[in-house]
Design a protein around this ligand. Structure first.
Ligand code: AHR
Length: 589
């Protein structure tokens, strides 16, 4: 028997339940294997909005480690003990797979680390631009089907994309938001509708309260309204942040130690009011930091000072981190959201990884590790995204959302998951019609259409990474490099998880605008053979291709070309198209 054959993935339903037979004889005895006669074995297997902006592209303007799965006999590694033991049988000739690719990914399936929190796949729902009004909220009397005024197609879309957390009412808008007269307004979303939305979606609500000490009592009453509401015993608010960007729009405290001293008094008043449990429900309290560009393990800055023994971090469960790829008009180095150059593209995709996001997270980790080596205090990276020049000057906030943004999002999410021992929540900014969004609507101009952006499809593609107890497993990636924007950039980025059934999820991003890249994946696992249950990809014609109203979708999830995937035993060779985000699902056979 051939040691490896291929079948067209595109001909197969993309269902995890479908496990392809292996390429060897033993696969025939597997009840889930392809019937005899079928071709054997698929080888398949910164932010600086209001105020000054640094000139280097840095924007002005951040639960516990997700617990082990709770159902069944699942080990902290996420593997179900009730699964049959590994066969130990090598079912095909692994040496026939790959071996020549310059890119390799070795996945330590046997070393599961942190359960991926669904909150990493969160969004910011700020009262800003056409995000809420004219976006998700159309009002109960609208002809657009809605629930409590919120578009049903967007509610379904949030579910489809696996959105795991929703932050509201801001952003900067939160710093002045008085919740008390706005519980249930007719003309926009208030607390009641927000809580209902999060419940319908299955996302964790994340509220941001006004920052000053004078608001501590009001913030406490807000949480009481939600967590001790006899009409809504099902409501449960866990995440609460005291002020947003207090260095800027949340009080102009700046980035110096004096500002931190003032914030400490604000935070402590709120801490005293909010830390006693309400109706038996504990809050996870998030505190502010200064601008991300001030974070430096080798200097005295807010984060190092906060993290000293007896620093304020000891009274926080999470810290706010905001880290945009910030290139709007006001940045001094603007990048258009459509029609950007190759260098601009490579600048963005490199910053999503080694050029900005990854090293900054490592710096944050190293600072927090000093006083909190156990990783108790979490990073709430609650604003991230590609913040570029708006599409149309009539709406400062609107970006179309291109393939580049999807590639950038795929890389960001891979990096966040890799840091899941610290990063508990990440908030794409923002959900709809604002900056780097999941949805575009045209209700402001009377339309009823809904556009799902390429980034929406990345969230959907990555769903297996945070369901069914999916747990990060470390990997070693060796990637070719390319030259872009005058820099040497890794072509590939990867994210690797294993879930409660032992299935392995591998997300791969290829930033190369021209060349596909072949990568040999090796699973370091006690299980002898895997099959590829699904292999999918997001790509498009141009780096700035986007989905638009009244047009067929130009970018969405497609099956990966069958010829691109070969698998045998614990090895998979896969070729990822240029400028793409791919996801492989490898199930035990
Ligand atoms: O997302 C837009 C703005 O960016 C938010 O209001 C603020 O928090 C950040 O600076």
């Amino acid at each position: 028997m051939s040691s490896m054959t291929r079948i067209p993935l595109s001909a197969l339903p993309l269902l995890p339940a479908l496990v392809f037979a292996g390429c060897g004889e033993d696969a025939k005895s597997d009840p889930g294997a392809t019937p005899p006669g079928t071709p054997a074995a698929a080888g398949t297997t910164s932010d600086m909005p209001a105020g000054a902006a640094p000139t280097d592209g840095t924007p002005a303007g951040g639960a516990p480690t997700a617990g082990a799965p709770t159902e069944g006999n699942v080990t902290p590694g996420g593997i179900d003990d009730n699964q049959p033991p590994p066969t130990g049988v090598v079912e095909c000739d692994e040496s026939s797979i790959g071996g020549v690719a310059p890119n390799t990914l070795s996945v330590a399936v046997n070393e599961p680390a942190t359960v991926i929190p669904k909150e990493i796949f969160g969004v910011l729902l700020e009262i800003l631009g056409n995000n809420i009004n004219n976006g998700i909220f159309v009002g109960p009397t609208s002809g657009i089907p809605n629930t409590r005024g919120i578009r049903n197609d967007i509610i379904e879309g949030f579910k489809e994309a696996g959105v795991g957390a929703m932050q509201w009412p801001g952003g900067c808008a939160a710093n002045n938001y008085n919740w008390e007269p706005n519980l249930n307004p007719i003309n926009t979303m208030g607390t009641d509708a927000f809580m209902e939305l999060t419940q319908l979606v299955g996302a964790e609500p994340y509220l941001v309260g006004r920052p000053g000490d004078q608001f501590a009592d009001s913030n406490r009453r807000w949480v009481e309204y939600i967590n001790d509401n006899p009409e809504h015993p099902e409501w449960k608010l866990q995440y609460f942040k005291v002020g947003n960007e207090v260095w800027g729009c949340g009080g102009n405290l700046g980035h110096e130690a004096a500002g931190l001293a003032t914030y400490t008094t604000w935070y402590d008043a709120n801490y005293a009011a909010l830390s006693p449990p309400i109706n038996g429900k504990d809050l996870f309290l998030v505190g502010a930091t200064a601008g991300i560009w001030t974070v430096n393990p080798n200097t005295d800055n807010w984060l190092t000072l906060m993290s000293q023994p007896n620093g304020i971090v000891a009274r926080m469960d999470g810290i706010e981190i905001h880290d945009y790829l910030y290139f709007p008009d006001g940045s001094g180095t603007p990048i258009p959201n459509v029609g950007f150059s190759e260098d601009q593209y490579y600048n963005i995709v490199n910053r999503a990884n080694a050029g900005q996001i990854a090293p900054r997270l490592r710096d944050i980790d190293s600072i927090l590790d000093r006083s909190d080596p156990e990783g108790r205090v979490k990073v709430m990276l609650d604003e991230w995204g590609d913040w570029l020049v708006e599409f149309d000057p009539s709406d400062t906030w609107l970006q179309k959302g291109t393939l580049m943004d999807a590639i950038s999002a795929g890389i960001h999410l891979n990096v966040f998951m890799e840091h899941a021992d610290r990063v508990l929540m990440a908030g794409l900014a923002q959900s709809t019609n604002v900056i780097h969004s999941l949805f575009l609507t045209n209700t402001a101009s009377g339309g009823t259409d809904l556009v799902k952006t390429p980034t929406f499809y990345v969230f959907k593609l990555y769903l297996p990474h945070h369901v069914n107890g999916a747990t990060w497993v470390p990997h070693t990636l060796t990637s070719e490099t390319l030259n872009g924007n005058g820099q040497s950039i890794a072509a590939l980025s990867a994210g690797t998880t294993v879930d409660a059934s032992g299935g392995v999820n591998v997300s791969l991003v290829n930033v190369d605008l021209v060349n596909s890249r072949t990568i040999d994946v090796t699973l370091d696992s006690e299980w002898a053979a895997y099959g590829v249950s699904s292999a999918q990809v997001i790509t498009g014609a141009q780096k700035d291709t986007y989905n638009d109203f009244g047009q067929p979708e130009a970018v969405n999830i497609q099956p990966l070309d069958a010829a691109a995937v070969q698998a045998c035993g614990r090895k998979v060779s896969v070729t990822i198209p240029a400028k793409s985000v791919a996801m492989l699902r490898l199930d035990r056979r």
